[in-house]
Write a protein that binds this ligand. Structure first.
Ligand SMILES: Nc1ncnc2c1ncn2[C@@H]1O[C@H](COP(=O)(O)OP(=O)(O)OP(=O)(O)O)[C@@H](O)[C@H]1O
Ligand SMILES: [Mg+2]
Length: 287
């Protein structure tokens, strides 16, 4: 019998749905709260397996916690979904953008700088409005729509005051002239299982559900399927939420999430996404 592990730091709607999907099947479950444990790097692989299972669905919200956990588990021969390498790429917006470009997936024009001086030069090259994002972050946090050079100076100065190495990496994107929505698709293995529009709430330009965005069903066209699948493959494949925007020139991928949130997508499409994920996990475990 396969033993499926789920590692987490907070049980949200998605984790509950995954738990239910595991319990429905003839599977053993190991539920591990990453906040309660420690890992011994010299531990025997069998010991690690008895705690975590044969295959682990890594669901820690803290990106770095999940990444380090995956590193240890993989070193002991366990299969982690998503794998360390995939999480590493998806946990950094620049790494993701570079992987997408390499695979020929269309992305918004993106510039990188490392200092205030470089950042202002980048903005002069890109023009206003522009979007500034932390390379690692989620739920739309600290993402700024920069409308003028004066606003840019203020934002950059504030960032320079925060002693955080990653915030000194300036990731700028052209502002994509899109409808007040983006599209979230979910890729599970080689299947694009669902898509939903996310409309931003009134008074908010970001479409994140965490910022009051609302999910509505979106037709899963061949174009959407193709771009989502290619984006997922570009970062190494697995269970991935691919987010794209409808630019005047066509779809652009702005993000691939390695720890997908799919509550909005599930309610908008009535597709049992957790079920699809656990089917995939079982398939990988059997290989
Ligand atoms: N270049 C852009 N042009 C226009 N709107 C953008 C652009 N980039 C991002 N947005 C809007 O801002 C939202 C947040 O951006 P993004 O998805 O890149 O970061 P995030 O949501 O913080 O990261 P995560 O999805 O990992 O939580 C997007 O969903 C989209 O609505
Ligand atoms: Mg996003």
């Amino acid at each position: 019998m396969i033993t499926v592990g789920i590692t987490y730091d907070r049980v949200k709607w998605e984790e509950k749905a995954l738990l239910k999907a595991v319990k429905k099947r003839n599977l053993q479950l190991r539920l591990v709260d990453s906040k309660e444990i420690y890992l011994d790097t010299l531990e025997e692989p069998e010991e690690v397996r008895s705690t975590f299972g044969d295959i682990v669905v890594q669901r820690c919200i803290s990106h770095f916690r999940g990444l380090h956990l995956a590193a240890v588990l993989e070193s002991k021969g366990l299969t982690v979904i998503n794998p360390f390498k995939v999480s590493e790429v998806c946990g950094n917006k620049l790494y993701t953008t570079l992987a997408l470009i390499k695979a020929g997936v269309p992305v918004p024009k993106t510039l990188i700088a490392f200092t205030e001086k470089g950042a202002l030069k980048a903005l002069d090259a890109l023009g206003y409005p522009a979007v500034l994002k932390p390379v690692s972050g989620s739920w739309g946090r600290l993402i700024a729509l920069v409308k003028s050079r004066e606003a840019a100076q203020a934002i950059i100065e504030a960032r320079e005051e925060i002693r955080n190495a990653l915030l000194q990496i300036y990731y700028f994107q052209e502002y994509v002239e899109r409808p007040p929505r983006d599209i979230r698709t979910l890729v599970v293995g080689d299947e694009v299982v669902a898509a939903a529009y996310r409309y931003s709430r009134v008074g908010e330009w970001r479409t994140n559900v965490a910022r009051g965005g609302v999910s509505k069903a979106c037709p899963l066209t061949d174009e959407l399927k193709e771009i989502a699948f290619r984006a997922a493959e570009a970062v190494g494949g697995g269970v991935l939420a691919v987010d794209c925007m409808e630019s005047p020139e066509g779809l652009l991928v702005h993000e691939v999430n390695g720890r997908a949130e799919f509550r909005g997508l599930s309610s908008a499409t009535k597709i049992d996404i957790a079920d699809k994920i656990i089917d995939y996990v079982v398939g990988v475990a059997k290989k």
